[in-house]
Design a protein around this ligand. Structure first.
Ligand SMILES: *[C@@H]1O[C@H](CO)[C@@H](O)[C@H](O)[C@H]1NC(C)=O
Ligand SMILES: *[C@@H]1O[C@H](CO)[C@@H](O)[C@H](O)[C@H]1NC(C)=O
Length: 287
């Protein structure tokens, strides 16, 4: 009697064990299937984590609303391949634009151009705006903007010169010029200028366009053609709009200087123009 009970007990134990084993088997198969379907993934160790996905990063940056204020819908428009130029809609928020202006306003000085012989600055009738330089990374808001520029241009923050804030009043302008250097002095720190992100901090009622007189293509095909000043109609032109930015390259993809990057600031006819260029070098720029 006792023996029978013992063997029954054993049989029960054996059955439980078998049941547990099959459960474990089913769970393992299920887990492997989910894994192979990519429904979930094992946490990767720090060393073999995938490279940063910039699209995801950028989308997160947008969704988090990093930076001061709220930016409107952001999208990028191709302006031209010669020069390589792109229009970034709502790159800055209204609050960021106003903040940059408020930082610069008390310290504006007459803008200068580079003297080809000495590499130093000099006043010229070619450039009649006033401006000032902010320190790279000088505060949280400036750092946020510089980080955004780096992410959208794929050029590290360290390659950027100090952000400049420029003010053009009625009649003020910058005649067509290159951002790259012709002198030998200015390339010692950081090498040649590679690209420029020009941010518009204000709207301009009339005039004040950025114009590329050497641009290839049909310059009158832009949708805003009828709103351009005479000067603006002299090339591929962009009308300043608060928060928008243009990125243009002074170098072709093969790293040679691109003369089609010639550009100017048309005279302001009515209103006020505030803009902030960020020049980026081929190498790290020490500030
Ligand atoms: C510097 O040299 C370039 C090319 O020779 C010329 O176009 C430019 O006007 C010069 N700039 C000044 C300020 O003299
Ligand atoms: C340039 O574009 C305008 C507007 O789309 C068009 O009317 C004109 O015919 C174009 N010109 C040439 C030379 O293609």
């Amino acid at each position: 009697m006792a023996k029978i009970r013992q063997s029954r007990l054993l049989a029960k134990k054996w059955l439980t064990l078998k049941l547990e084993q099959s459960m474990l088997f089913i769970l393992t198969v299920g887990f492997l299937m989910l894994l192979s379907l990519g429904i979930f993934s094992l946490p990767a160790s720090k060393d073999d984590s995938p490279p940063i996905d910039l699209t995801i990063h950028r989308r997160m940056d947008f969704e988090r609303g990093n930076g001061l204020g709220k930016r409107g819908e952001q999208w990028i428009e191709l302006l031209s391949w010669e020069p390589r130029a792109f229009l970034y809609h709502n790159f800055l928020s209204k609050e960021e634009c106003e903040y940059l202006i408020s930082l610069a306003k008390p310290h504006m000085a007459r803008s200068s151009v580079i003297d080809n012989n000495t590499g130093g600055g000099k006043e010229s009738r070619v450039r009649t705006s006033s401006g000032m330089f902010l320190k790279r990374g000088q505060d949280k808001i400036v750092r946020d903007i510089e980080k955004r520029i780096a992410e959208f241009t794929f050029i590290p923050i360290e390659h950027g010169e100090e952000l400049q804030v420029l003010h053009y009043e009625v009649g003020q302008k910058y005649e067509p010029h290159f951002d790259y250097f012709i002198d030998e002095f200015n390339t010692k720190n950081g090498g040649q200028r590679m690209a420029t992100m020009l941010m518009y901090l204000s709207d301009v009622e009339e005039g004040g366009e950025t114009v590329f007189p050497n641009a290839k293509g049909n310059i009158s095909a832009v949708p805003w053609w009828n709103e351009l000043s005479e000067c603006g109609k002299g090339g591929l032109a962009v009308k300043p709009k608060m928060g928008d930015a243009i990125l243009f390259w002074s170098m072709r993809p093969d790293a040679t200087l691109d003369p089609s990057s010639l550009h100017g600031a048309c005279p302001v006819i009515s209103g006020n123009k505030w803009a902030a260029p960020k020049w980026m070098r081929v190498r790290e720029y020490r500030t």
